[in-house]
Design a protein around this ligand. Structure first.
Ligand SMILES: [Zn+2]
Length: 497
């Protein structure tokens, strides 16, 4: 099926047909983290969404170059390092490693290039010099360099503001040696220990916005396909990136701008002062990484995404169901020795993959793509429950559904562990949270088994209830007693108390 990829472009305010600069290739730049502290779940959400988008573009046959930077030269880093009594680069290199570890734990794949600002100081200086030579920037007597905003007549096009309106809202920021209040810093003359470099304009450090312009052009050229970031970066950061890059090159900077929404916790903005602030490290202690990813998929990337107990509960039940389904299907497939490929001729559950692709091609509509995933699992369950059909038919149908789902699940990083690994990790979390041990559960099951063989059904029911009150439900099967976490048990696992 041939589909058109459509992307909501912040620059035009419209959903547009995507045309790459070069057929079959896509260059993407997404603003990464400023590494002054541990990453929080807002960073996780943004990284997961771009990871998923990049994986999907890869699945669709594009050769993707994805650049995500680390901002390791910044005022916040300098301030925090001063508090801690270490150098800014000591702090940032520690935080870069922590960010890499966090994203790895969320199974976010590394970008093609992950540059950090401190490696590009000479390129930044050359870029600023070029802007000065072209009249887009000027140095002050104090050795600061500013971008001359009024020289760029279309400044404000991304955030849809005109210069006069901006003039009225401009903040007094103490940079009173500027020609115009709208001008922003490209180079700051401040000499902070461990965070300054020499330049033709004097010793100092780059401003934040110029850093992204430089790293993007280093890896993707003057013009590239997609620039992304959180919605909070549209103004001034992305607006200023456009001004700098287009001022220097005279070409369009990024053709498409995509912005992710913000993350809220129980519908409230996350902040340290309200006590609902969660680092990725803390979130992973509370929730399995796959559950965090599943939660991020519940709303369109451009909307806000909420982390709340209720959705986590629904998500955990869903993941449990996916894994139970796969485990039953795989059990049947493992038992089957040989397939007769001819049996399934003409059977392609293509509609599931088509629905997934239609959703993803329509501005990366992940929640809608999740509907296709659910459809796939429902179909597997229908086949598992079929009675009176040849085992061979069942096996082939299951295999085809599983093969159809596999690349879709890989894009989302769902069900990529073996089902036994999934269950053991979830159950270990559960036992740890409730202060139980697997031995306790097994010993109760054993006693219940004995009661049943002695036909002491009162005792066996009492033990079933005992397990049930611990969130464990028991099933009597031809293979003996099997257990799993009950709905109440799964809900307990995501409760924060
Ligand atoms: Zn940026």
């Amino acid at each position: 099926m041939s589909l058109d990829l459509k992307i909501s472009n912040t620059l035009s305010g419209k959903k547009e047909l995507f045309k790459p600069l070069e057929d079959g290739k896509i260059g993407i730049y997404a603003c990464g983290v400023t590494v002054y502290d541990k990453c929080h779940i807002g960073h996780a959400m943004q990284a997961i969404l771009f990871d998923t988008i990049v994986r999907y573009l890869g699945l669709s046959g594009y050769d993707v170059t994805y650049v995500r930077n680390f901002t390791d030269v910044d005022d916040k880093i300098i301030a925090r390092a001063e508090e801690l009594g270490i150098t800014p680069l000591e702090l940032s290199s520690k935080m870069i490693q922590s960010s890499i570890d966090d994203l790895d734990a969320l199974r976010v794949r590394p970008a093609t290039h992950q540059p950090k600002v401190s490696d590009f100081i000479s390129e930044i200086i050359a870029f600023i010099q070029d802007l000065m030579d072209k009249g887009f920037a000027y140095a002050t007597e104090d050795g600061d360099v500013y971008y001359r905003v009024r020289k760029k007549s279309d400044y404000g096009k991304l955030s849809n503001q005109n210069l006069d309106a901006l003039q009225c809202n401009v903040r007094v920021d103490g940079e009173d040696n500027k020609e115009d209040a709208l001008d922003f810093a490209l180079w700051k003359s401040e000499k902070k220990e461990g965070a300054y470099w020499s330049s033709p304009f004097g010793e100092g450090r780059p401003g934040w916005h110029i850093e992204c312009s430089v790293m993007a052009s280093q890896f993707l050229g003057y013009t590239f396909d997609i620039h992304g970031g959180g919605r909070d970066l549209v103004f001034p950061h992305h607006e200023n990136e456009i001004a700098q890059s287009e001022g220097r090159s005279g070409c369009n900077y990024a053709n498409y701008w995509i912005h992710t929404g913000l993350l809220t916790v129980e519908k409230k903005k996350m902040s340290k002062s309200t006590g609902n602030f969660l680092t990725i490290e803390d979130a992973l202690k509370l929730y399995d990484y796959e559950l965090i990813r599943w939660n991020v998929y519940q709303n369109h990337y451009s909307s806000n995404i909420d982390f709340n107990e209720k959705t986590f509960g629904i998500g955990l039940k869903k993941l449990y169901y996916y894994n139970r389904t796969l485990s039953s299907a795989n059990e049947l497939l493992d038992a089957a020795s040989k397939y007769d490929e001819k049996l399934l001729e003409g059977f392609h559950p293509q509609s599931i993959r088509d629905n997934f692709d239609v959703a993803m091609h329509d501005d990366f509509n992940i929640p809608k793509a999740m509907v296709a995933i659910n459809e796939g699992f429902a179909s597997i369950n229908e086949v598992l429950e079929l009675k009176g059909v040849k085992q061979k038919f069942k096996i082939f149908t299951l295999k085809t559904y599983i093969d159809t789902l596999a690349p879709m699940l890989e894009v989302l990083e769902l069900c990529q562990r073996s089902t036994s690994e999934f269950f053991s990790q979830i159950h270990n979390r559960y036992f740890e949270k409730l202060g139980l041990t697997i031995e306790q559960v097994e010993s109760t099951l054993k006693k219940r088994g004995e009661a049943r063989s002695n036909k002491d059904y009162d005792e066996s029911d009492r033990l079933r209830q005992e397990l049930d009150s611990l969130g464990i439900s028991v099933m009597d099967t031809p293979k003996g007693q099997l257990w799993e976490l009950s709905e109440a048990g799964l809900q307990k696992l995501v409760q924060n108390n």
